[in-house]
Design a protein around this ligand. Structure first.
Ligand code: B12
Ligand code: SF4
Length: 484
């Protein structure tokens, strides 16, 4: 079977694209190859992040043009096309891409997968997709490809697959299954990703994922419909071998753990970072997706630093304990956040904290508590904070609440589902007020020039070798290598 995997072009509010990394598609590709399929992967966004077309209403389409994509589809002549719809805000781009593929070849089955698909399959009833894959796609999509190659139409009888029923509405074939043995999956097919383009002007980096699933139930988080609540870990040997592959074969210098909770099992995380440190690889490590402030201790943070981690991100979400307990359901004590920030700073790490404001049920006073707490964290050493607007992603308790209480309806435009725009107005606040509060708070929290000078000077004194290496690397990749 000849399978083409597509990452849609990006539709966004600015003409500047920042390439990203289709790790999910790279996992799917590797699994299909193991099954003997011939696989092509086209990241229609990262292939051309400098190509942007104004669509009107302040929106831009970034990436390959329809003509360029059509050309590629004709050249590859796939038997099946798989399209990723990970972010709800990609909805229009992914649906448009399915129609484009259909217009090139009416007979090719077009399949979608990703976080949005898993949480809101019904939103795709009117699209040109033939099948949807809910949850982790490696096993389910491989089975679907096998079924289609053996001539199947209709219900494939595969767990996690939605097919078109007699009314042409998506129906679930059988409940999705969680992949319990993550080591049984092949390493992602990095050779199919446009790495050089993604790295243009940047230190070569890779995203990896060592664990899947999260046992917590924060009201705004949509991860469970893909990764489930069941925390699963890869073996440390497997994670190390992936890092070695990235460093030795691809020249990667920076690794981002994109796990939802890489330190969820503290002892396992200690062993992981200790082994990475022992390997003495010349890499920097980041945990930019955030770790829980109550899942770290002094020893772990020091080991992370030794392994090459320079910055940690914590996600307290709110500075109001009441909001955390009764709205967000974070199961976190704010005291843990303060002590985690201080421990991380004393371990020599840069610290960023993420917050969310504008939840239904919050008052303006609650929002102010978050802003005040963010300021307090900055005072005790937190290097930066990011405040986002509560966004009701499908599949979340927040989404269900917003539908039930009438803050949004089922026809909501997914293009607005990015966290810098509030789309929720309640009797306590309007969405405009939330955005204004966010803007003012971010302006007051951002590092001033004098603070920046002090921080850089502080870092230079504390970690002269690291700072020098960073500067040299940054200059090399943004000037010398890029222009070569
Ligand atoms: C890394 C990451 C990013 C990175 C890079 C994203 C990328 N290109 O992959 C960055 C930092 C850029 C990012 C940004 C944002 N992100 Co983000 N991100 C993630 C994160 C942490 C990991 C993604 C990942 O690599 N997962 C590992 C792989 C293996 O899983 P996967 O991608 O889901 O793929 C599997 C399945 O979904 C499925 N699948 C996926 N595609 C396909 C295609 C086919 C054909 C098939 C069959 C199956 C399939 O099979 C895959 C293998 O099992 C996820 C959370 C998570 N744990 O997944 C959030 C997540 C995807 N992000 C999310 C969000 C909201 C955003 C932002 C909108 C946030 C913002 N500030 O505005 C932006 C939007 C970016 C954009 N491009 O528009 C939400 C999406 C929810 C939604 N419905 O929209 C998630 C789920 C987080 C969450 N907790 O809710 N993100
Ligand atoms: S926000 Fe983090 S801790 Fe909360 S459910 Fe999502 S992944 Fe888990």
């Amino acid at each position: 079977m000849n399978v083409l995997l597509l990452q849609p072009p990006q539709i966004q509010g600015s003409p500047q694209g920042v390439s990203s990394f289709s790790l999910g598609l790279a996992y799917i590709a590797a699994t299909l190859r193991e099954e003997g399929a011939q696989v092509s992967l086209l990241d229609c966004y990262s292939e051309k992040t400098k190509q942007s077309v104004a669509l009107g209403e302040g929106l831009y389409r970034i990436g390959l043009s329809d003509e360029e994509i059509t050309e590629k589809v004709k050249e590859i002549k796939p038997d099946i096309v798989g399209i990723s719809l990970g972010f709800s805000k990609q909805f229009h781009a992914a649906v448009g891409l399915a129609s484009l593929v259909r217009s090139v070849d009416k007979s090719v089955p077009v399949v979608a997968g990703g976080a949005h698909v898993s949480a809101a399959p019904e939103s795709l009833n009117d699209s040109d997709f033939d099948y949807l894959v809910s949850g982790e796609g490696e096993r389910a999509f491989s089975k679907l490809v096998r079924a289609i190659s053996s001539g199947l139409t209709g219900d494939p009888k595969v767990a996690g697959i939605f097919y078109r029923d007699q009314q042409s509405v998506f129906s679930l074939s059988a409940c999705q299954e969680v992949i319990t043995d993550l080591d049984s999956l092949p390493l992602p097919a990095y050779d199919l990703l446009p790495l050089q383009k993604a790295w243009s002007g940047r230190v070569p980096y890779a995203n990896i994922i060592a664990t899947r699933g999260c046992p917590y139930s924060c009201n705004f988080c949509s991860i469970h419909s893909v990764m489930s609540r069941r925390l699963r870990r890869r073996s440390i040997a497997s994670v190390i071998s992936e890092i070695e592959l990235l460093v030795q074969t691809y020249g990667v210098k920076e690794i981002f753990f994109e796990d939802d909770n890489v330190t969820a099992k503290i002892d396992w995380a200690k062993e992981l970072f200790m082994k990475i440190a022992d390997k003495k690889m010349d890499i920097e490590i980041g945990v930019r997706n955030g770790i829980r402030a109550d899942r770290v201790d002094k020893e772990l943070l020091e080991l992370m630093r030794r392994a090459g981690c320079t910055r940690v991100c914590f996600a307290p979400e709110s500075g109001s304990q009441d909001t955390l307990d009764n709205i967000v359901n974070k199961c976190m004590d704010l005291e843990n956040v303060k002590s985690a920030v201080m421990l991380a700073k004393s371990a020599g790490l840069n610290v960023t904290c993420f917050f969310v404001i504008g939840f239904p049920g919050e008052t303006k006073a609650d929002i102010q508590k978050t802003i005040d707490f963010a300021k307090l964290l900055r005072k005790i050493g937190c290097d930066s904070v990011d405040i986002n607007c509560a966004t009701p992603y499908p599949g979340t308790a927040l989404y269900a609440q917003c539908i039930q209480e009438g803050y949004i309806d089922n026809n909501v435009d997914y293009a607005r589902f990015h966290t810098h725009e509030s789309i929720i107005s309640t009797k306590e606040f309007t969405s405009e007020e939330v955005m204004q509060l966010r803007k003012e708070a971010m302006e007051s929290l951002v590092e001033g020039n004098s603070e920046k000078v002090l921080r850089v000077a502080g870092n230079l004194v504390r970690q002269p070798a690291l700072m020098a290496k960073r500067k040299v690397r940054g200059f090399y990749y943004s000037h010398i290598r890029h222009s070569a």
